[in-house]
Design a protein around this ligand. Structure first.
Ligand code: HAM
Length: 435
């Protein structure tokens, strides 16, 4: 049997592929990242790219040793049989903060807004919208603890999904307080769950020691049943005065800008670096357990990574999940730009000229050519298959006169056009089709 792609990965296919779906369409991925680029760059965010693998230590310290991501889902990087202490990045934030610190970006005026997109890797059990290699669009702001920055980040996330045409999205907003608030909350959870240790899953017994809050986002059914039975009070009840005021300020901005959200007291997020504002973007068709995206403030992360104290906040959404949601809402991509010209030679001797005509036009137009001589009927069929606006034929008469026989594929009209005038004809038709 022919070799197949690894479990939990997808190929992103070109238009015309027999197995094409929106969530594996290469053009759809580009549409999402182009749309994000437009929205985020208008807000002053700079594009950045960081490596796809990082020191395991960075991910451990960043994402947190008690998270499922670090404990169960890391892909180690091996080379020549040797483990170099690297892992494939499971998310972008830790690497971006590392890059910010390492490259002196802190010297630039703050707050500094960054965005990126690319593949992330988590060894999860594959299901629809849950992959081992998935793609995120990620936005981060470093150097400000101002709640206005939080509100703008949430606003921008909503803007991107709206620009993509999605309607059924819901922002679920919460706060996970300051570290002291979390200490108090964890003490409360230890007391509560401590009395029922025997009913916790093995993972959660461990979480009870390390970070009881992680029990709340456990995927185990027995844990979730116990949580429901104990009517666990939410983190939101445990906010200190400062975190409470910060949360109120964020909500105030969102209300003033008419950003719809619901306060979700149960938001815990699956990464350890968060503090204060935390939110998720949900969609009816993705299911309650999975989010389209999520984000939050992470003021302690830079220091945790060995850098100087730098507040930060950001979000990421999963491109695959966005595309599944778009498909469910019946949204389609904007039409691909129309190919403009297909050039065919009527005999083998003129194939090089057909190639040259197409090559020269490519600086301004979409132009392709046939690699073998074609009869006019076949050339027109090929042009039609590609959706070309024009088909140009070159035979001995045209070659001698320095012309092509040009057929307008929508009107059927055919005329002899000098090669030197082709750019003007294509340019005029592009203009008229735009108006
Ligand atoms: P996250 O909630 O772990 O946050 O992931 C963000 C989004 O990535 C999820 O909502 C989901 O759409 C997508 N995603 C995560 N895992 C998978 C998977 N296995 N398959 C498909 N999609 C997935 C973060 O990663 C944070 N770095 C976000 C952030 C940025 N916080 C602050 N700045």
């Amino acid at each position: 049997m022919a070799l197949q792609r690894p479990k939990g990965t997808q190929d992103h296919l070109p238009d015309g592929s027999p197995k094409l779906r929106l969530d594996i369409s290469a053009r759809a991925f580009r549409y999402v990242t182009d749309t994000a680029a437009q929205v985020l760059e208008r807000a002053g965010a700079a594009f950045i790219e960081t490596p796809m693998f990082e020191e395991a230590e960075l991910v451990k310290r960043g994402v947190g040793g008690s998270t499922d991501i670090v404990r169960k889902e890391m892909f180690m990087v091996y080379y020549f049989g040797d483990h170099g202490g690297y892992v494939l990045r499971p998310e972008g934030t830790a690497g971006l903060v590392r890059a910010y610190l390492e490259n002196g970006l802190k010297q630039l005026p703050a707050p500094f807004k960054l965005w990126t997109h690319g593949p992330m890797f988590r060894a999860e059990r594959q299901q629809r919208g849950r992959l081992r290699q998935f793609h995120q669009v990620d936005y981060e702001v470093l150097g400000s603890a101002d709640p206005l920055v939080d509100a703008e980040a949430i606003w921008l996330m909503v803007q991107v999904v709206q620009a993509l045409g999605l309607k059924g999205v819901e922002v679920k907003l919460g706060s996970i307080g300051d570290p002291e608030d979390r200490e108090t909350y964890n003490a409360y959870l230890r007391g509560l769950f401590g009395a029922h240790v025997e009913r916790l899953s093995d993972d959660s017994k461990d979480r009870l020691e390390r970070n009881p809050m992680r029990i709340l986002d456990s995927k185990s059914q027995e844990d979730q049943e116990l949580i429901a039975e104990l009517s666990v009070r939410p983190m939101l009840d445990f906010l200190g005065a400062e975190a409470e005021a910060h949360f109120a300020a964020v909500r105030g901005f969102l209300d003033a800008w008419n950003v719809a959200y619901t306060v979700d007291p149960s938001i815990v997020r699956g990464l350890d670096y968060y503090r204060r504002t935390a939110w998720e973007l949900h969609h009816a068709h993705i299911g309650a357990k999975s989010a389209l995206g999520g984000g939050g403030r992470y003021d302690g992360l830079a220091k945790e990574l060995g850098g100087s104290d730098t507040p930060g906040i950001g979000w990421a959404f999963g491109v695959e999940r966005i595309l599944i949601a778009m498909e469910e809402e019946g949204l389609s991509l904007p039409a691909a730009p129309q190919p403009q010209l297909y050039v065919a030679a009527l005999d083998a001797g003129h194939v090089p000229m057909a190639a040259q005509v197409a090559l020269e036009l490519r600086s301004d137009f979409w132009a392709d050519f046939g690699y073998k001589a074609q009869k006019p009927g076949n050339a027109f069929r090929e042009g039609e298959r590609r959706g070309a606006a024009y088909v140009a034929l070159i035979g001995s008469d045209e070659a001698a006169a320095g012309t092509v026989a040009l057929k307008n594929m929508s009107t059927g009209e055919q005329q002899s056009v000098k090669v030197a005038d082709l750019a003007a004809v294509l340019g005029a038709s592009a203009l008229s089709s735009r108006s």
